[in-house]
Design a protein around this ligand. Structure first.
Ligand SMILES: [Zn+2]
Length: 527
């Protein structure tokens, strides 16, 4: 997602693993009923899951009702249509099986529940005062409104059968298979997502919408805009850029994986949230008067990286956010030229350096709470890691890495080690040092470079010192500028804390410039 409002309502939220049997959900069917008379939501979930052999109980996550009256109450749990024992406390439903599970048992459970969601499904008036309902699950807020295994590793296909007042349209992931008017001025809308997804990106949006399908949809993928009716001319115009972004990324990464791409004006707490095939954008940014091309591109990149090839856990969030950050720059570079890439990377480098002064954590971070991972390590430094891989391995190898990593992990989960293996296979190089220093070590090189010119020997003498605590190894481009206006670039391999080397030169340099192509994440000590 794109960070926007940082006051995430995550206080007190705990991720609970299903510690009994760790079940594997295959499919969710969620029937959700909402109304205009109250914020109460009625839910009926049918969960198809595989249980490890000999399990006698397991957990599902569902937010319990709290002292403010918000949260859910479970009325019944059934196994294959028959009531079974359960308890619901501290945001977990403990379901006890009448018999131990057998090997490869696939079982169907249903959960009937209702309540006012405290979070996860945002029921609120939009900027025009109209009532709206928007799911907003990242990172583990889905279990506020749907019973589930609320972790990115457990992907499942799913469907939403939504009953709502007839004046609203309902958007969700996947394909709309049915829309039926019901008595009492209500409407049932049924969406099915056949591609297994993590709960963080399962959504519904219920509102009065103006809907437009763009005519130039690439490769048979319908691309649409869902806007508040009052904002539609501006929002449709802003969202129209998504077709050319989708075309570029499909060519660059691999075929777009989903049934459609809907761009939705919404009340997400983020600037944008990459819900698979139904991206939710902040309601004000959707209708912004300045360009939101970068925001669209970021969320659309996530359809491949984050949604389809997902991190195993949030410790490896950079595999989502670093990729979305950097491939947005790659898109911008393709459209606006190489200078744009240098400008973006220079700005990102400043953010990374500033953040490193306050953060003791490396990019791969299993210590920080989830919401604190929405930081420049995951975004800009993750992007910088990809940029340095590209600069050091070359455009062709880098492009092959991106395509191969996606093709290998589409529909699955990966961690940093999995990505390293792909990089090593495609480049034929050992990259332990690269990965260790940039992803598992905090900070970046802080360099002091002194030079003198030896007239007699016609050599530039360079002294390069690393001032940060642990040594980094990297290629450093050095541009030597002369009085004549000529210049040339030499690349030196830096491997030690203090290094002296000489570069032949017939003339005395006017100036030495470090890293002229913006290829290295480093700080330069003022000379
Ligand atoms: Zn993102």
């Amino acid at each position: 997602m794109v960070r926007f409002v940082l006051s995430l309502c995550l206080a007190g939220l705990v991720t609970k693993a299903s510690s009994q049997g760790s079940i594997d959900v295959i499919h969710y069917s969620f029937s959700i009923e909402v109304s205009d008379s109250s914020d109460r939501v009625k839910g009926h979930a049918v969960i198809t899951a595989q249980l490890p052999e000999n399990s006698t109980s397991f957990y599902l996550q569902l937010r319990s009702r709290n002292e403010t009256g918000r949260g859910m109450i479970v009325q019944a749990v059934q196994l294959e249509g028959k009531p079974i024992a359960f308890t619901h406390a501290r945001d977990s439903i403990l379901i006890t099986l009448p018999f131990p599970s057998k090997i490869n048992d696939t079982l169907h459970f249903s959960v009937d529940y209702e309540g006012v969601p405290e979070d996860g499904l945002i029921i609120a008036r939009n900027k025009f005062g109209d009532r709206t309902f928007f799911a907003d699950n990242w990172p583990d807020r889905a279990h506020h409104w749907i019973p589930c295994i609320d972790r990115p590793i457990d992907k499942a296909s799913f469907e939403f059968i939504v009953t709502a007042p007839a004046k609203y349209s309902v958007v969700s992931n996947g394909t709309r298979v049915q829309q039926t008017d019901l008595p009492g001025n209500r409407k049932m809308t049924h969406w099915v997502e056949s591609i297994p997804l993590s709960t963080k990106i399962m959504v519904i949006g219920i509102a009065r919408f103006a809907i437009k399908t763009f005519p130039d949809s690439p490769a048979g993928t319908p691309v649409s805009a869902w806007s508040y009716p009052q904002d539609s001319s501006r929002t449709f115009q802003n969202f129209s850029a998504s077709t050319s972004i989708l075309r570029f990324l499909s060519n660059y990464i691999g075929p777009y994986p989903y049934e459609k791409l809907a761009n939705v004006q919404s009340k997400t707490i983020f600037g944008g949230m990459e819900n698979a095939s139904a991206i939710f954008y902040d309601e004000n940014l959707s209708a912004a008067t300045e360009s939101i091309e970068g925001l669209l591109s970021h969320e659309i990149v996530h359809q491949w990286f984050g949604d389809m090839a997902s991190e195993k856990s949030f410790a490896h969030l950079w595999l989502s956010e670093g990729f979305a950050t950097y491939l947005t720059h790659v898109y911008m570079e393709s459209k606006y030229g190489a200078a744009r890439m240098k400008q973006e990377m220079s700005e990102d480098r400043i953010s990374v350096i500033e953040f490193s002064k306050t953060s003791p954590q490396p990019v791969v971070d299993s210590i920080s709470p989830f919401r604190r991972l929405l930081n420049p390590n995951s975004y800009q430094k993750g992007g910088w890691v990809l940029h340095m891989l590209r600069r050091q391995l070359g455009d062709t190898v880098f492009h092959r890495i991106i395509r191969r990593y996606y093709a290998t992990f589409a529909g699955r989960n990966a961690d940093t080690r999995d990505f390293q293996v792909v990089c090593e296979q495609e480049s034929g190089k050992k990259l332990d040092v690269f990965f260790r220093q940039w992803l598992y070590t905090r900070g970046q090189p802080r360099l002091s470079v002194q030079w003198t010119y030896d007239e007699k020997k016609r050599k530039i003498q360079l002294n390069i010192s690393q001032l940060q605590p642990s040594v980094f190894e990297f290629p450093l481009d050095i541009e030597i500028r002369f009085r004549t206006g000529r210049s040339r670039v030499e690349t030196v391999q830096v491997t030690g804390m203090n290094q002296t080397l000489s570069i032949p030169s017939n003339q005395r340099p006017l100036k030495i410039v470090l890293d002229p192509r913006v290829s290295l994440l480093f700080e330069e000590e003022a000379r």
